[in-house]
Design a binder for this molecule. Structure first.
Ligand SMILES: NCc1[nH]cc(CCC(=O)O)c1CC(=O)O
Length: 315
């Protein structure tokens, strides 16, 4: 069968959240799919929905229902057949997803680093400074390195957070380099070395989810799956599952291809950053038991101030 001719006659509906970052990710997804299949991007229709996570801006995500608030509406649209697939930031997708959905592709991961805005480095943040973030990971990492700083809740999309900073609500804040890049704001802030400041699980990766029984869409999306990115993101999701981690739990991890396998470096924290357990593992690309074992090992070594925030097997 001539695949190109075959896909040329079809259209697909791509669901996305409505935030500027989500829209940029959807456009990137559409363009990559069109290029991979040699079709006009118009065959992929972008359908934007407002997610509860975007509607409720005044409280930390962890308090109002967690990462499900990013996917709930798009899940319903997938179930109803209103969209064929959804594009999500991997970082925002819950660890355990219903079997009726499949991660059909992981796009090539962008810059995984966090960017600090308002100071040149963690060490250069002024003594006692106020730092805005609503991510438990960023708060714990910061307080671990700089217990003198004060963390205040900073929610909202990238532009909102930058304007809060400009308005003086905090002296510094963090954003993902990948998000800034996708919004064309590459000159903003100072990227933090990922060896010293590990990112969030799945950071900088875009996941494409469709209905598991929808072979037509699965085949279509497979063309943009990037195997090394899929391997690292799946390993990080397995670590999260092993830790019983949610968006309440301060978890930092980075997985990189190394030789013919993967190298994973991870850290878990107490929310106040006072306690910290690091772990590292090398394993074969498809060995998802290894990150699960690393999670167990780290929880086994962790004090209660950390384990109370996790529900993993070792806790
Ligand atoms: N939680 C919001 C969110 N989800 C994904 C990204 C950035 C893009 C990515 O990591 O893929 C961001 C913004 C941020 O953390 O600065």
């Amino acid at each position: 069968m001539d695949t190109q001719k075959h896909t040329q006659n079809q259209t697909f509906r791509l669901g996305t959240r409505r935030s500027p970052l989500a829209m940029a990710q959807a456009e990137e997804t559409r363009d990559r799919l069109a290029r991979a299949h040699g079709i006009d991007p118009a065959h992929i229709e972008i359908v934007a929905v407002t997610a509860s996570g975007d509607r409720i801006q005044d409280r930390p995500l962890a308090e109002i229902g967690g990462k499900a608030l990013w996917t709930k509406e798009l899940d319903a649209w997938l179930d109803a057949g209103e969209i064929d697939f959804a594009a999500h930031s991997a970082k925002d997708v819950e660890t355990l997803r219903p079997d009726r959905f499949a991660i059909a592709a992981v796009l090539e991961r962008a810059d995984v680093r966090d960017v600090l805005i308002g100071a040149e480095s963690i060490a250069a943040i002024p003594q006692g400074a106020v730092v805005g973030t609503s991510a438990p990971r960023r708060a714990a990492q910061l307080l671990h390195a700089r217990p003198d700083c004060k963390v205040v809740t900073f929610r909202g999309n990238v532009a909102t957070r930058l304007s809060k900073l400009a308005a003086g609500e905090a002296d510094a804040t963090f954003l993902a380099a990948a998000g800034l890049q996708r919004l064309g704001k590459t000159g903003t802030g100072h990227a933090l070395d990922e060896e010293e400041w590990l990112p969030a699980p799945g950071q900088a990766a875009i996941l494409l989810e469709c209905r598991s029984d929808d072979a037509r869409t699965r085949d279509f999306l497979a063309a943009v799956d990037h195997a090394p990115s899929r391997a690292t993101v799946m390993a990080e999701r397995a670590l999260l599952a092993g830790l019983g981690g949610s968006c309440h739990s301060p978890i930092a991890v980075l997985t990189r291809p190394e030789g013919d396998g993967l190298l994973m470096r991870a850290a878990i924290f107490s929310p106040d950053g006072a306690e910290h357990i690091a772990g590292e593992a090398r394993f074969a690309t498809d060995d998802l038991a290894a990150p699960t074992q690393l999670a167990r090992d780290m929880l086994g070594r962790a004090p209660e101030a950390i384990t109370v925030h996790f529900e993993g097997a070792g806790a």
